[in-house]
Design a protein around this ligand. Structure first.
Ligand SMILES: Cc1cc2nc3c(=O)[nH]c(=O)nc-3n(C[C@H](O)[C@H](O)[C@H](O)COP(=O)(O)OP(=O)(O)OC[C@H]3O[C@@H](n4cnc5c(N)ncnc54)[C@H](O)[C@@H]3O)c2cc1C
Ligand code: FES
Ligand code: FES
Length: 1334
């Protein structure tokens, strides 16, 4: 049926809105001639969408309160259908939102069944879909799904925020690829980030569900059910007779109207053409899968007059192969995974000479599994067409495939990829691509250089295709194709180089030199604030051509140069890991036992409730923070009117609305100087940084609030250039008063000047963003006497205080609680105050419940980062490298306020593991126009260790010794005293180090690398060793625990003042309680942290909170045990439950509270209760040509005392180390120098490690037989110290660079500072095209 009517006067094709219809009669005014007419339509268009969520059918109409931009994720979360489906980036970049969907693809087509990102799936595309979320797989109340069990049993969860997304990704893969093997699994988890675990246990869990290898993985698509698109029960896909399932989904036209936006879902190509004809002149958007909005926000559906969903048109899903002509035809609605399936199938054929395999590998490096499953090739090409600087990989692929693109009905509408690049696509649809298999002599090679191993846009990408006759000296016999991305808006084909190469012999050195010169001559990369430098992009593009040539020449290239061929990420082996710890059965179990995490099961099913998962309350409002868009200025005026005109917006709050103090500073802040300035909740005048909160919008929904917050008009004056870096601040002399007096031990000046050698230098350590995937959030409910608050806080007392200050409500009327956080890493100690105090304020002023969740951008911009440091150092040492004197002048970038300066705390860690008799440690702190820097996991020690390790590495270079020898020479011994005056009573760094040196075979491997590096011009391998001493502090540890035992069943409830953010505090507390009371762990339940119970408690942080809370819980148990003992003695035969009933009967109180009031366990006064020791050896491999690297192996030996839970502690070690990898390697933070805006506020420009950035071989060993005499039951903490040793990868890379520079004839000194981005590494290798020999 033609769904479109014609105007009876002018005959123009017409679409209507559904609004004027009555019993199938529609009335409309012709858009062309203005004629008003009525007509009958049969059947009427569907004006709502209907789909299933975990088997439950739901219908959502256009007037249900969701706009055209609403996502499936919005619906799942706001309707309460799935809270396990999380949200963070809304960009397809993190994977916490992954669900599995069965999606109808137009009449006659097999539905798509896939793991997809619900945050990018438009809600109104979901008609006929069947959605499965983590709750649909299993439940702790019934039974877990095997995937959920595997993740939970393998300690694959820490905070658990990413866990449902991981589970659903695996479920989707299993549905589509029932025969997948371990490699396949590992290749398809790039879209799921985890900030806590370091991925190793998650990958282990997922891989445990599949065989090592699968012989028929290439054949998998043949085994999908033709009916459902899922794994076929017949295992052939041919004849299940429908037993696999029923529906092919809904196939019906849809027409929806949302205010200014109309939504059309035509079902035929004809209908689509009608719609396109009619929307001429209007702002319309063709909808593929909408993943493009993940990158181009301007493509959001609410920005258009008409949205046209093409998913129902069968022609858009054509996917055929004509064996006669070897031609594939793919509809524009086909996905990147469909393309991949073709490449995979062709690659498996004997006819493929590696070309399709090359394309398959390339496509694996495009986006992520859930994005490839939905994103269409046509949508991708259109992104390139619309935004030519987009470094599309699919464009390169289609170019070398020689694809022909159909964009209309006439022969002229079949375009080459080249012509398409510049084509005007107004009114056109990219409906089809055809391409053929390759010719006998064709060679195809593709490259993509990324800031991390996967799930990133290319810095530079390239695809080469040339017909080459190898017999005739690698003669290029036809038109070469060189498609290069990442250069500029206008450049995509290296046409001059192509012309130059045509007809030449690739084996001739002169050809290579000529081609490289020609290419260099046609590359003019444009600069950009977040882009790598033009120099880098140009050298890398040339290096990729050289790599292509080396690959073509194969063994005809010199042995040494062949190392340029392999792309490290393509040849990466499967990850593996070994965890070693004392696993002997002991009498004191369940302590010291690897007990499964208490929350593991609820985390993997998605039943674990986070702050923003609380169900909405009647009358609830949502809040969004308004932030500054300049970095150094004064607010002239704030105009809330544009926001207030949005229906549903209730209030805009600014500094003027605050009834209490406009101050969220917490008096007991960390700054030891007491040099704390007022920190406003909402800026009242002087803007100090881009992203600073200046107000808040309160509205009926989060979407409305977020949108309206961007509409508030703020005028600024006195705009000045921001001071951003530590160097800028030194130049501008924006010093705070010195945070701590210099620490001087001995006479460093004399020691340095009289030493055999002395050197000086400058070294800088980088910033780092917390990147907790649960953003800051708070729910506040007005109560009869004040406010009830649930917040993402590491410090309930602080949150309570901040809300009290701002609202003027006394603390005893503000109840703050937190069950868990989705990652924190220090970011929720004080930075949560913005959203908490603002929601408290709004709840007080409106007397309605208010919830607020910061979006990724405001969270990353406003909430501060790791301190950037610079050190100017001098060091004196003897011929062996023995330290004589060290002088460190340290500058810390504190951000716009001094409130969280590290000062003295930094000084406590800067000696790391090294004794020196003469020290000067001078701390300076500087004010800049960036958000206040704040604690990020191991805040003080990490930069301190980087700084001193750099000094030791420099010393080793001067004395020409291996750094690990010089380091060992300078180790502390028991009894020596640190610069802050702490005597080391139990120093076992030597023991740890020796164990590492042996188990990691450091010397042997180092020898092997010497040969490897000699033989390989373009790959280098090296290792580095870094020890750590880490003081665990007891000075902040006021923690309360309350233990309640219930009569009749004997179960136990515990609450404590620490907060669970993934570190396993609840599990450890439950273990010690079970041990002390002599009951199984599963009788213990740990409740949310609550400010009533944990009054005045300290923040969770510093790796010591678990111990503090365990200690308090133990004291509670001891006290209760004392009361129970007489009853037990009198009733020896009673089991535990009966004994507890008896206790209740005779009036024994079974509830006990205990607070550690900052007491040192041994009564001493040292800042640190004890030290943790550890050491790490990291091996890296570098691709000199591109700067990409891989961590081949990491060995960590860690002294965790007698660990309370070895697998929880190993999880902390691995997770901390991988977070440290991000700091040292990929997580570069960039600013706009003119506005001060931090530009890495999303998943596109900030690059935490993914699952293939972790060590290929990851070995963690907990030191055995090392009980800590002053620890809780012999244990030590683990959350932070391992992060400090991640700098070992940086030094290993430095060594690789040294080797590469030697080959390039450069032996002089060079400056190398973290993060070691691929750009900085490659540029330091001193590579240029004159070295590109064969
Ligand atoms: C997290 C993430 C990572 C990514 N990584 C990469 C990467 O590494 N490399 C890379 O190359 N790409 C990458 N992409 C881009 C991705 O490949 C595209 O988003 C996807 O292919 C677009 O397909 P779509 O169907 O979702 O298009 P949509 O988002 O629906 O549309 C994109 C544009 O194309 C138009 N359009 C869509 N279909 C048609 C059609 N048939 N005819 C005419 N116009 C049409 C739309 O109007 C819109 O302007 C990434 C995307 C995300 C979200
Ligand atoms: S929220 Fe969907 S990918 Fe991040
Ligand atoms: S467990 Fe993965 S983000 Fe916390």
């Amino acid at each position: 049926m033609d769904s479109y009517i014609k105007c009876p006067v002018c005959n123009a094709s017409h679409v209507t809105t559904q609004l004027s219809h009555d019993n199938g009669v529609f009335a409309t005014t012709c858009g062309n001639c203005g004629h008003y007419f009525k007509y009958r339509a049969d059947p009427p268009f569907t004006t709502s969408v209907t789909f299933k969520v975990n088997g439950t059918e739901v219908t959502v109409a256009a007037d249900a309160g969701y706009g055209p931009e609403a996502s499936l994720n919005d619906y799942l979360r706001q309707s309460g259908m799935s809270r396990g489906t999380k949200v963070f980036c809304r960009q397809g970049g993190c994977g916490v939102c992954v669900v599995v969907a069965k999606i109808p693809l137009g009449a006659g087509q097999t539905p798509l069944v896939a793991n997809i990102n619900s945050c990018l799936a438009p809600l109104f595309c979901c008609d006929g879909w069947e959605v499965t979320t983590s709750e649909g797989l299993g439940s702790v109340k019934t039974k877990l799904h095997p995937i959920q069990t595997a993740v939970s049993d393998n300690f694959g969860t820490q905070c658990g925020y990413c866990s449902p997304g991981h589970v659903m990704n695996m479920y989707g893969l299993m549905q589509k690829y029932p025969n997948m093997d371990k490699q396949f699994v590992e290749d398809n988890f790039e879209g799921n980030l985890c900030r806590c675990t370091g991925y190793r246990p998650i990958l282990k869990a997922m891989k445990s569900l599949v065989p090592d290898t699968s012989s028929d993985i290439e054949d998998i698509t043949a085994k999908l059910c033709k009916m459902t698109g899922r794994a076929c029960s017949s295992k052939t896909g041919a004849s299940c007779s429908g037993s696999c399932g029923d529906s092919r989904g809904a196939h019906r036209p849809i027409r929806l109207a949302f205010g200014a936006t109309r939504w059309e879902k035509p079902m035929t190509m004809g209908d689509l053409q009608h719609v396109l004809a009619q929307v001429r002149g209007q702002k319309y958007r063709i909808l593929g899968a909408n993943t493009g909005t993940g990158y181009f926000k301007q493509e959001s559906c609410d920005n258009f007059d008409v949205v046209i969903d093409c998913a129902g048109i069968p022609e858009m899903h054509v996917n055929t192969f004509d064996a006669q002509t070897n031609t594939y035809t793919m509809g524009g609605g086909r996905t990147l995974t469909d393309l991949m399936d073709i490449f995979r199938a062709e690659a498996a054929k004997s006819t493929d000479k590696g070309n399709f395999n090359e394309l398959k590998k390339y496509l694996y490096r495009v986006a992520s599994s859930p994005i490839r499953n939905r994103g269409t090739w046509a949508g991708n090409l259109m992104m390139k067409n619309k935004y030519p600087s987009f470094p599309s990989d699919v464009f390169n692929i289609m170019t070398v495939l020689g694809a022909k693109l159909t964009v209309g009905q006439t022969p002229n509408d079949v375009l080459t990829v080249d012509t398409f690049f510049k084509a005007d696509m107004t009114g056109k649809v990219l409906s089809k691509a055809t391409f053929q298999t390759f010719g006998a002599n064709d060679v195809v090679v593709c490259f993509k250089v990324m800031p991390r191993s996967q799930n990133s846009l290319a810095l530079v990408n390239a695809a080469f295709r040339m017909p080459i006759d190898a017999i005739q000296g690698f003669l290029i016999t036809g038109q070469p194709i060189i498609s290069i991305g990442g250069i500029s808006e206008t450049f995509h084909r290296a046409t001059k180089t192509e012309t130059y190469l045509y007809g030449k012999h690739l084996s001739a050195p002169s050809t290579i030199a000529g081609a490289l010169t020609t290419l260099a001559g046609e590359l003019f990369p444009t600069p950009g604030l977040v882009l790598p430098s033009p120099e880098y992009r140009k050298t890398v593009a040339c290096a990729l051509l050289y790599k292509f040539i080396l690959k073509v020449l194969g063994s005809n290239a010199g042995y040494n140069f062949r190392s340029g061929v392999d792309v490290l990420h393509d040849i990466r082996p499967l990850s593996s890991g070994i965890q070693t710890y004392d696993n002997k059965q002991k009498a004191d179990w369940p302590v010291h036992k690897a007990v499964k995490k208490l929350e593991g099961d609820v985390q993997v099913t998605g039943e674990a409730q986070f702050t923003d998962d609380l169900p909405p309350l009647p009358g609830q409002l949502c809040a969004a923070i308004i932030t500054a868009t300049v970095g150094n200025a004064t607010i002239q005026s704030i105009d809330p009117q544009p926001a207030m005109t949005v229906p549903g917006v209730v209030r805009v709050l600014t500094a003027l609305d605050i009834p209490g103090a406009n101050d969220i500073r917490v008096p007991q802040l960390l700054s030891p100087t007491g040099n704390v300035e007022l920190e406003e909740l909402f800026c009242s005048g002087k803007v100090m940084y881009y992203g600073q909160p200046i107000g808040m919008v309160v509205a009926e929904s989060q979407t409305l609030a977020d949108k309206a917050a961007r509409l508030v008009k703020v005028n600024y004056n006195s705009i000045s250039a921001p001071v951003i870096t530590v160097d800028d601040a030194i130049a501008a002399k924006t010093f705070f008063p010195q945070p701590t007096p210099p620490i001087v031990v001995g006479d460093p000046d004399q020691a340095i000047s009289s030493a055999a050698h002395s050197i000086s230098g400058v070294f800088r350590t980088p910033e780092q963003i917390h990147f907790h995937m649960e953003t800051q959030a708070t729910n506040v409910v007005p109560t009869e006497d004040g406010l009830q608050v649930v917040s993402t806080t590491q410090w309930t007392d602080n949150t309570q205080q901040a809300i009290s200050q701002v609202t003027g409500i006394p603390k005893n009327r503000i109840d703050v609680s937190v069950k868990r956080m989705g990652g924190a890493y220090g970011g929720k100690i004080t930075r949560n105050n913005f959203i908490a105090a603002a929601c408290g304020l709004a709840a007080k002023l409106t007397n309605r419940p208010v919830r607020g969740r910061m979006d990724i951008q405001s969270n990353l911009e406003a909430c501060g980062r790791r301190y950037q440091h610079r050190v100017d150092f001098r060091v004196g040492f003897d011929d062996t490298g023995l330290l004589k004197g060290i002088d460190l002048n340290i500058y810390e970038n504190a951000g716009f306020l001094p409130n969280e300066q590290l000062g003295f705390v930094f000084s406590c860690y800067v000696d790391n593991s090294y004794f020196c008799a003469n020290w000067r440690i001078n701390m300076n702190s500087l004010r800049t126009n960036i958000a206040m820097t704040t604690a990020v996991r191991a805040p003080a020690s990490t930069p301190a260790v980087m700084i001193i390790e750099n000094v030791l590495e420099e010393v080793a270079r001067v004395v020409n010794q291996d750094p690990w020898t010089v380091k060992q020479l300078n180790f502390y011994h028991t009894g020596q005293v640190t610069p802050i005056g702490m005597k080391l009573n139990h120093c076992n760094i030597d023991l740890v180090y020796q164990q590492l040196m042996t188990s990691a075979q450091v010397h042997t491997r180092q020898e092997l690398f010497k040969f490897y590096n000699q033989d390989n011009r373009w790959k280098k391998r090296a290792l580095a060793v870094v020890p750590v001493k880490f003081g665990m502090s007891s000075s902040f540890d006021m923690f309360t625990a309350v233990v309640s035992i219930y009569g009749h069943d004997g179960t136990i409830a515990v609450t404590h003042g620490g907060t669970e953010c993934g570190q396993g505090i609840n599990t450890k507390v439950a273990q010690v309680v079970a041990y002390e009371l002599g009951v199984p762990v599963d009788m213990v339940s740990v409740k949310p942290t609550d400010s009533t119970v944990a009054a005045n408690n300290a923040t969770t942080g510093g790796s010591t909170t678990s111990e503090g809370c365990c200690r308090a819980a133990i004291e509670c148990c001891k006290a209760v045990n004392l009361r129970i003992t007489p009853i037990k003695t009198a009733n020896p035969d009673l089991d535990w439950a009966k004994l507890m009933s008896k206790c209740v009967d005779v009036g024994v109180a079974l509830t006990e509270s205990y607070t550690n009031a900052g007491k040192h366990p041994t009564g001493g006064s040292d800042l640190f209760t004890y030290n943790v020791y550890g050491a790490t050896c990291s091996e890296v491999e570098l691709d000199v040509l591109t700067g990409e690297y891989q961590i081949n192996r990491v060995d960590i030996v860690y002294d965790c005392g007698e660990s309370l839970n070895p697998m929880v502690d190993i999880g902390q070690v691995e997770g901390a180390f991988v977070m440290g990898l991000g700091l040292n390697l990929t997580e570069a933070v960039k600013y706009d120098p003119s506005t001060g805006q931090m530009l890495c506020y999303d998943t596109w420009n900030y690059h935490p490690p993914t699952n293939k950035d972790i060590p290929v071989d990851f070995r963690v060993s907990l030191l055995k037989n090392a009980p800590n005499p002053v620890g809780v039951l012999g244990s030590k903490g683990s959350g932070e110290p391992p992060l400090n040793t991640a700098v070992s990868v940086f030094f290993a890379l430095r060594k690789c660079i040294e080797e590469a520079r030697k080959d390039a004839g450069q032996t002089g000194a060079f400056t190398f500072e973290p993060p070691a981005t691929v750009e900085s590494v490659q540029q330091l290798c001193a590579t240029n095209t004159t070295q590109f020999h064969i």
